[in-house]
Every structure is written in C-alpha cells, then in structure tokens.
Design a protein around this ligand. Structure first.
Ligand SMILES: [Zn+2]
Length: 248
C-alpha cells in the first residue's frame, strides 16, 4: 500500500497532503510548532471561527451548525463546551479541529455536498469504528456519498512503535476481515498495530475509494523533533492540532 508523500509547509510547520490540497478546502496536520489556537491564528489563514471539543476517546460526532456558532466568544468555541471525538460541518470558514499525540487524526472532505469532518481516532475510537460512524452521519445529515469523500490520515504512532496487548489486537483480528493486515504478532504474546491503516481499511469498508485516501506515513513516536508522542513522552505532552475548513 502506497503512502502519499507529504509536503512540509516549512520546517516543523503544519503538514498537508497533496490529495486534500484543492479548491474549496483548507487543511493541516499539526506538529509541535502548532499546539494552541493562539499560534494557529498567527500562522494560518484566519477563519471566521475555530472549534475544538472535549475529546473522550468515544465515538460521538459533533455537528457544527449555525445554532452552535453564535455561542462563539472571540471566534473560538472553548473545548469544554461540547464533548465528542469528531466534528463535522457544512458551514464555510469554520475551522474544525481535533487534538492528537499518537492517536490518528483523520480529515474528510466531501467536495460534492460541501462538508468537512475531523476525527480523533485512538485505539478506543478506532475499535468503536468512529470513522464509519462519521461517514454514516455525513450521509444522514448532508447527503454525503462515500465514493465522493476525500480522506487524509495524519501522523500517528506507527506499527514500528505501537505495541499492544491481546485485549486490543485480539479484538482487531476478531472484528475485521482485514485485521491480520494491520497486526504483526510477536513471540512475547504482544503485537505491533498499524492504527493508521486500520482507519484506512475502515474507511474503505464503508465505501471510500482507495485512491481517495492519503496518509502522511509519519510516526509520532519516531520523530521527537517534529511531534509529541503520548507514549514516548510518558503522557507529559500537549496535543497537536489538526484541522480542516471549507473556504468560501
Ligand atoms: Zn515509530
């Protein structure tokens, strides 16, 4: 499986994917240089609003509507105001973001219906198949057809570094026909898990076209200069922001 090359906007600046670099949408995957909204506003185009939510490793999808936007204070909805692990909107110039540090950030763009989504998929969210839920909800609320969706999978802990116990990889292997393709079992009873590919296969299973999915192919654990890693840094880390926005 090919991983699309990434283009760093500048050294340690946000990463973007060529597949998602197209008219009508703006996106980025954060690095250590982009950890809070203040720096975001300085470095990137100014959105009308930017929104994060309080992430809880579940599969709740927050729909950002005009009803939500008036509650904005100075252009940013505080994270505590909503709980969930994915956001979606059809509102232009509204930047929706998820925070990650090893977990998989997935950004989705439907150029036909005019909808974007940002997903935070750690192992818990991935085992809840949060990506498939987001695609279904985009279909329900906005008429999104999976074959039209463009998906970008950002930097996350890679199979080089992500050792998991049987409770995790066993469920992956039992739950998905492609489970064995993302799990490399080891002699010690543990396994290395490719969480990014698991999200990719989940997206394909709900109807996304393989050629419409790109991955950064970067491991957060392997690159301490560029990324925070929850596992490597022993939980003493900030999250990196990843965002997507429809451009009016
Ligand atoms: Zn690694």
């Amino acid at each position: 499986m090919e991983e699309e090359g990434t283009v760093a906007l500048q050294n340690r600046a946000p990463i973007d994917l060529a597949l998602l670099r197209r008219p009508g949408v703006f996106h980025f995957f954060g690095t250590k240089e982009l950890t809070d909204t203040a720096s975001l506003f300085q470095k990137l185009t100014r959105p009308k609003a930017s929104i994060t939510v309080r992430q809880v490793h579940g599969d709740q999808v927050c729909r950002i509507t005009d009803d939500v936007l008036p509650s904005l204070s100075d252009g940013h909805v505080p994270g505590a105001s909503m709980t969930g692990d994915a956001l979606m909107t059809d509102r232009p110039d509204v930047l929706i973001m998820v925070s990650t540090a090893d977990c998989v950030p997935v950004l989705l763009f439907d150029p036909v219906a005019g909808v974007v989504a940002a997903v935070h998929a750690g192992w818990r969210g991935t085992l809840l198949n949060i990506c498939s839920k987001v695609v279904r909800e985009m279909g329900f609320h906005y008429g999104t057809e999976p074959k039209n969706l463009i998906a970008g999978i950002g930097p996350s802990i890679g199979p080089c570094c992500y050792q998991v116990e049987e409770d995790v990889f066993g469920e992956v292997v039992r739950s998905y026909p492609y489970g064995h393709e993302v799990v490399v079992q080891q002699d010690n009873g543990k396994a290395m898990l490719h969480l990014g590919w698991l999200n990719r296969f989940q997206l394909e299973e709900v109807g996304l076209l393989p050629e419409n999915i790109a991955a950064a192919g970067r491991c957060t654990f392997c690159s301490p200069d560029d990324f925070y890693s929850y596992r490597r840094d022993k939980k003493k880390v900030g999250g990196m922001l990843n965002g997507i926005m429809l451009v009016s």
